[in-house]
Design a protein around this ligand. Structure first.
Ligand SMILES: NC(=O)c1ccc[n+]([C@@H]2O[C@H](COP(=O)([O-])OP(=O)(O)OC[C@H]3O[C@@H](n4cnc5c(N)ncnc54)[C@H](O)[C@@H]3O)[C@@H](O)[C@H]2O)c1
Ligand SMILES: O=P(O)(O)OC[C@H](O)CO
Length: 380
């Protein structure tokens, strides 16, 4: 059992781990709300520049950050520092999260646990683990159950401009999701809480794969009909994968699902879309990854998704085609042609058997006696 700190009120101490686009954007958002924000960066020059000029020299370079944010690092903060924090917000790409959590676990006091928030959108390659499972492996099931996940259509650049934005917030511990929603909620930033963290995580990770597909289609010169097809069939695939996994199909109709899918499949501001677009224009994945300058979670996540899809035995032809283009050198035009030449099929058919991976994950969290229906249908 963990005992969590109370609702962070104004002037709470928040440590944001990760000073990339999203870490610095959320640091700015919470700094605006008068919290004492610390942003951990691994780059010594970034820390120095940020503390002198209140600007991030690498990400969101045009943004003036509030004065009440201090950059810390490059070493990960020590236990004494972490003990003082009311909130730890992890904005670290999925593939690096495990190593960082292993380092942080000995510094966490489970009798006085800060609010733990995760915003990464990916699946770990090799293990095919969702972030919930990475947290359970590194920090134990009780901390994983207290963790909260934020996901939804939310470009960092637009949040710092205070463009009206909404996100989904979910945790197995409802009170922690409510705390996170209250912490972030602003007139320009609405939070909707829910109890399906598995669905929220899956939808955030999967939409990146379809954003690559959509970018690829645009890069090849296909027009609006084709993009709409990819978004709609992508949503159907995501929902099938999620249902077979054990998430609620309804979660995919929310902000973290269709909301983020729509955003990233239709904007060149999305890095995943951009990867696809450039592939469609004929660039190699290697060149794109060397020059993108920022993480595109969909590239690694596609590898993990392929394994998840194969293990579940669900049909996900678009995700499989993206995998073949990224990892088997398939020509983008051929991938589209083969997708279009598939025989006619029923439009919407959810898989009959559901929930193997979710059950395994619940077992790992010590929730094996939880009725899967409470996860599959937390909205009802
Ligand atoms: N940018 C957005 O608009 C946005 C929105 C929602 C969610 N996200 C998610 O947030 C996560 C972070 O994305 P981002 O946009 O900040 O990426 P980014 O590429 O802008 O920044 C990546 C950050 O990760 C850090 N990093 C790299 N290797 C690391 C390691 N080994 N250990 C710790 N930190 C490491 C970098 O120093 C950098 O601060 C991703 O999962 C992304 O999908 C991003
Ligand atoms: O730039 P992308 O493709 O990583 O998308 C960023 C966020 O996930 C948008 O919600």
């Amino acid at each position: 059992m963990v005992t969590s700190k109370p609702q962070p009120d104004s002037n709470s101490k928040v440590l944001v781990l990760g000073a990339g686009n999203f870490g610095s954007c959320l640091a700015s958002h919470l700094g605006d709300s008068q919290h004492d924000v610390f942003m951990w960066a691994r780059e010594p020059d970034l820390i120095k520049h940020f503390n002198l000029h209140h600007r991030n020299p690498i990400y969101l370079v045009d943004h003036d950050f509030p004065q009440n944010i201090a950059a810390v690092g490059p070493e990960q903060p020590d236990k004494e520092f972490i003990d003082k924090m009311d909130v730890l917000l992890f904005a670290i790409p999925t593939q690096f999260l495990r190593a960082n959590l292993e380092q942080i676990r000995p510094k966490l006091d489970i009798n006085n646990l800060p609010l733990l928030i995760f915003v990464n959108k990916g699946i770990e390659i090799g293990t095919h683990a969702l972030t919930l499972e990475i947290i359970a492996d590194t920090c134990g099931p009780d901390i994983a159950k207290a963790a909260t996940f934020i996901s939804g259509p939310s470009f960092a650049k637009e949040i710092v401009e205070r463009q009206p934005t909404s996100v989904s917030v979910a945790s197995f511990t409802e009170s922690e999701a409510v705390k996170a929603a209250n912490l972030f909620h602003q007139p320009h930033f609405r939070c909707y809480t829910g109890g399906d963290p598995i669905g929220i995580e899956l939808s955030g990770a999967l939409k990146n794969v379809y954003a690559i597909a959509s970018g690829m289609s645009d890069g090849l010169g296909f027009l609006n009909n084709t993009r709409a097809m990819i978004i709609t069939r992508g949503l159907a695939e995501m929902t099938c994968i999620g249902t077979a996994y054990g998430a609620s199909p309804l979660t995919f109709l929310g902000l973290s699902g269709v909301g983020d899918l729509f955003l990233t499949c239709s904007s060149s501001n999305s890095r995943n879309y951009t990867v696809g677009y450039r592939l469609g224009k004929g660039e190699s994945l290697e060149t794109i990854m060397k020059t993108l300058g920022s993480v595109a979670e969909g590239v690694s996540t596609t590898k993990a998704v392929k394994k998840v899809v194969d293990d579940l035995g669900v049909s996900a032809p678009i995700a499989s085609s993206v995998y073949d283009v990224l990892y088997n050198g398939k020509d983008t035009k051929l991938a589209v042609r083969q997708l279009m030449e598939l025989p006619p099929s029923r439009e919407l058919e959810l898989p009959p058997t559901a929930g193997g991976p979710a059950r395994q994950l619940l077992r790992k969290l010590g929730l094996e006696n939880t009725d899967l229906n409470t996860i599959m249908h937390p909205h009802l």
